[in-house]
Ligand binder design. Sequence first.
Ligand code: G4P
Length: 532
Amino acid sequence: MQVLPAVAKEIERRRTFAIISHPDAGKTTLTEKLLYHGGVIHETGEVKGKKGTKAVTSDWMELERQKGISITSSVMTFDYEKLRVNLLDTPGHKDFSEDTYRVLMAVDSACMLIDVAKGVEERTKKLYEVCSYRKIPIFTFVNKLDREGKDPLALIDEIEKTLGMQCYPVTWPLGIGPRFRGVFNRITKELMIYNQRREEVESFEIVPTLGQDLALLLRKYLDPETAEQVMNELELIEGALPPFDEQAFLRGEISPVTFGSAKQNFGVDLFLKFFSRYAPGPATRTTQEGVQMDPLDQKFTGFVFKIQANMDRRHRDRVAFIRICSGKFERGMKVFHSRLERELRLSYSNQFVAQDRETVDEAYAGDIVGVNDTGNFAIGDAVSSSGKILFEDIPRFAPELFAKLSVQDAMKRARMQEALQHLSEEGAIQLFIDPVIGPQDPLIGAVGELQFEVLAHRLQDEYNLEVRINRLPYTVARWPRTEEGKPVFEIKGFNLFRDTKDQPVLLLNQEWDLNWAQRENPKITFASSINR
Ligand code: G4P
């Protein structure tokens, strides 16, 4: 059965996305400007410090206070035109962790942010791969056009070659660095001429070009050399590119590219306009039985994609972040927990940066709610207002940092083992076992440095265990599979480890070793993620 029309209207206006980028590409700056256009903040500079928001004023982990960073990925909600936009934060600097990848399991599209001078950087590539695995549509925003950078044609070529995805320039920059004067909107055929080089204030002139001599207009606004270059570039792309194929975009095959400067708040509005026109609403989710769960289904369903421990130390509670897949959420509602096979009440929920709205009473498919959890939830758990439901797994992603722990007091080794087991089930870390040594002395794998720090802190705080972290030289983990997808338990010349599901894992010191292993074993697939 379908939801009531009023609920359907709410669901259909949801747009849930995340920004994927390498540190320093300008994610915080762009987020600020998006929130500014969404009316959440009235001047920029509010997000960066996170001052005054719940994130800092509430009793967060001590570690977080010590480091002055945000461990959690928060959800930022704003209205734009008729849409309710949920922007999920993807922790990127020191707080990069497996959570960053998991956030991408909960979005319906992504915006890939690229620094025009740096091009496709390593972290962007990894995050892109996760999006590509899910085949979600990806917008591209090329940032910092007010600075010197790569030639835009060469940059487009680089994106296409590095990521194996086609690009469709929606706008084209009119010059770069000090010559940057605006963009040409290839869809509306308008020039957006940037008038003032002042931060915060977006001031531009819209010049229609249809039926006019474009070259003449360009010369009016740009210096002769830039005008000629832009004309040549436009002729080249107009001649070479087919029209925008929306279906190919929705399949994640073509990325529409816009250019701008987040810092100068230029091009952000244009990106948002394009986003609001083309970003897909809540997608259907596939259940383990292969059924497509329609977001407009009357049944409330959702899954946990992230667990934040110890947000409020007085209660020692955790917060489970649920992406709503279908129907409507109401605070206090009873749901069926599929893994535990029992009912429980979703008692409390909150959102992080929303217009004066911290506690959510109602939420709809596409939204994210954080519910208090006393240990019932694990990553990937599904809930439903009626009956059992299981969604497709949230994969585990290959860690890049590895360590072994040693505990000061040898008597406490069993407790440490138990604690590690528990924390790995929660998804805070991954464990790998050397089959010769056995499970009593596992290796710990993490995607980001902070995961180790959080681990040491939690072992002390929650389990009273003082540990030393001894780093190991591995940087690559892969799950070897046959062409049919079966696990490969033996590879000549390599010592395979096991994960907690007894799946074989290859741990290597460097990417080079992986290339070698691949060359020697061309029939084996070395997967960088695996189902939980
Ligand atoms: P991140 O969250 O992706 O790590 O990046 P963030 O927004 O913090 O931006 C990183 C740096 O890049 C900042 O400079 C920021 O001002 C600058 N930046 C972002 N967008 C643009 C842009 O469009 N043009 C230019 N020229 N710079 C941009 P910073 O020196 O680290 O900080 P600040 O003193 O400028 O705030």
